[in-house]
Write a protein that binds this ligand. Sequence first.
Ligand code: PLP
Length: 394
Amino acid sequence: MRSATRLGTLGTEHAYVVLDAAKQLEAAGHRVLHLEIGEPDAPTPPHVVEAGVRALREGRTRYAVAAGVPELRDAIAQSLVLRGVRATADNVVVTPGAKPMLFCAALALIEPGDEVLCPDPGFPIYESVVRFAGGRPVYYPLDRTRAFAPDVDAIAARVTPRARVLVLNLPHNPTGGIASPGDLGRLATLAARHDLWIVSDEVYGQVRYDGRYDSIAALPGMSERTIIVDGFSKAYSMTGWRLGYGVMPAWLTGPMTTLIINNLSCTATFVQYAGIAALTGPQEPVRRMVAALKAKRDVVVRGLNAIEGVACAAPAGAFYTFPDIGGILERTGLTCESFAERLLAEAHTAVLAGTAFGPAGAGHLRLSYAGAGPDVELALERMRSWVGSLAAVV
Ligand code: PLP
């Protein structure tokens, strides 16, 4: 027996592979520090948990409308006012997490052979779902000297007549890069000139350290060619609840909902009621979490730059650093993959190799400082002393 060849086009998320290896070390009795997985350690806000439990008790346990509970879709549309986006419930489709919306967006927009501009480094699922949908990912670079902001000229240079979609992820995983208002405007002009769709992954849209919120969909004419992908996992510490959504032109919600009916039916009904509480209740837990993350970011960036051979930019959003460890690799003859593997095996500290995010990640690591709590400083100390113990190549 064999499975269909199309499964061979799917990539994966390396974070889960490393998490699995880390769990095996823990099962063998080691204390592993987790900087691999992108998950906040703050608990889901209590009023959100309460709303979920209440919804279960009230019997909200049946199928929901496929596009999502209308009150939640309305609350989502209202919440985007913060980013300057004007939308209504008619523009919103709810999914179990942001990831299914990325998958559905790829299936909904890409014709075989279409080119899709994806960031490199970038969230590996973009490339995976683009290929699965029959498209061709075309990487555009992001680099540290520009604080990993998208380089509009570099993107424009890669647009061909086959280009159909531009994927933006701001703030960006794995680098924390954002775009200036001027660059967002230039990206919008580029998309309009070449008639491109934008898939704007804004799952870290509320995790910003500059107090600004934006979206390319807020710019004139852009809501007609943009699918905003967002969810509750990161801002509301709801990774395990599985709740996300897409915001798109109203005409597209019909076909998108047909796609949902064919694979998901709907998102868990009681979870959607918890989502309403998250958006309409107090936002203080989000502000508190972002302030705590900012303090942790500063510790991590300082600690990494203090290690010889490491150069690390301060992320403007999200909760990852993407240090260049080229100086260490040159001295020791390691690659970023063998460095990450040995750091886990020998110093019990789990991080990801930069290449888990595309070819441009070579020579880098990705560290998530969202989930390790106070262990972040211990992780830096372990890394510093382990690096110090590495023999130089002769
Ligand atoms: N998009 C990006 C850039 C992410 O980093 C993640 C999760 O790590 C997701 C989407 C998926 O989020 P969700 O948990 O809502 O499916």
